[in-house]
Design a protein around this ligand. Structure first.
Ligand SMILES: Nc1ncnc2c1ncn2[C@@H]1O[C@H](COP(=O)(O)OP(=O)(O)OP(=O)(O)O)[C@@H](O)[C@H]1O
Ligand SMILES: [Mg+2]
Length: 306
């Protein structure tokens, strides 16, 4: 399957700084991919390369089969972009601003009002942007990126400044577009919120791609332990710790729980033994490694699994 975006051995240097080093990946339609990494990892640089705003020092980039840095980049109209620092003319209203961008994209002004509604700015459409909160400006930025039903959405830290409820509605909009076939790449620092949202995660560190895969794949590769907690009555704690001692090192938590980090190949055995003993164990909690833990692991190891 050919991707909607193809990045092949791309390096981008700014003077002595190698912002992106020999990075390759493909993005497919109807997927949401998270691009994560610390400050300066190269996320924004990658997005700008895909938009054709800057050229790679070496390597090749194809967006819908075209070179975005070429003079003729007809596919540009299928791209939606939300820059990391959205800034608008504060003297204009939301409606005026979006109408302006619609004209730039050669979209009819009829799309403006429904888009403002969609991002929850319907009631504030005729207020000056100077009176908008940060979250409102961010949502106006999103509306701007959504103009023209883009096939590829490049969103640079789209949820920064959004409260939890707005984040949820943002991800609902994103998910709807994905289902309709859009390719969505979003960069983020906010790892935990991506857990259920992105089908795939690309981890960047200092210009290098250090991991790429679904959360499940990355969990398998990283072989991080699963945290298992047993709830026992306080009086049984010592006995339980004794009985399960052969399974590994248990920690006491909150006076009535035992916790262990089980390696992937021990996990089932721990669960089987603990659940067989229902006279002692009242409840079992299983926590798979989080995206934050995976992220820390791959930054430490700097290995490229694929
Ligand atoms: N125009 C430029 N000129 C010089 N150096 C640049 C330029 N753009 C980016 N860089 C450098 O490239 C590296 C990667 O920057 P980039 O903006 O891609 O990081 P990022 O992952 O988006 O970081 P953040 O999370 O802070 O937004 C940094 O060291 C940055 O200083
Ligand atoms: Mg950035």
């Amino acid at each position: 399957m050919t991707g909607t975006v193809e990045i092949g051995n791309v390096t981008k240097r700014f003077g002595k700084v190698e912002a992106v080093r020999d990075v390759s990946f493909e993005l497919q339609e109807a997927t949401t991919v998270a691009l994560v990494g610390h400050n300066g990892a190269g996320k924004t640089t990658l997005l700008k390369l895909m938009l054709g705003l800057i050229r790679p020092t070496s390597g090749s980039i194809r967006v819908l089969g075209e070179d975005p840095a070429a003079g003729q980049f007809a596919a540009r109209r299928f791209l939606g972009y939300l820059p990391e620092n959205v800034s608008f003319n504060s003297a204009l209203t939301g409606r005026e601003t979006l109408t302006f961008y619609a004209r730039l994209k050669r979209e009819g002004s009829g799309t403006v009002a429904p888009l403002l509604e969609r991002v929850g700015l319907g009631a504030a459409a005729d207020r000056r942007i100077g009176t908008y909160s940060k979250g409102m400006r961010q949502r106006l930025g999103l509306a701007q990126a959504l103009l023209g039903e883009p096939r590829i959405l490049l969103l640079d830290e789209p949820t920064s400044g959004l409260d939890p409820a707005l984040r949820r509605s943002f991800y609902e909009i994103i998910e709807e577009l994905r289902r309709q076939g859009a390719t969505i790449l979003l960069s983020s620092h906010a790892l935990t919120e991506l857990e259920e949202r992105a089908g795939r995660v690309v981890i960047m560190n200092r210009g290098l791609k250090v991991a790429d895969g679904s959360l499940d794949e990355l969990r398998r590769i990283a072989r991080l332990p699963t945290r298992i907690r047993l709830k026992v009555t306080a009086s049984d704690l010592a006995e339980a710790q004794n009985r399960f001692a052969s399974l590994g090192e248990w920690r006491r938590v909150n006076g009535h729980q035992l916790e262990i980090d089980a390696a992937p190949d021990r996990k089932i055995e721990v669960l089987r033994r603990a659940s067989a003993d229902d006279s002692l164990v009242e409840d079992i909690d299983v926590a798979a490694p989080t995206l934050d833990e995976l992220y820390a692991h791959f930054l430490r190891s700097q290995e490229v699994p694929r």
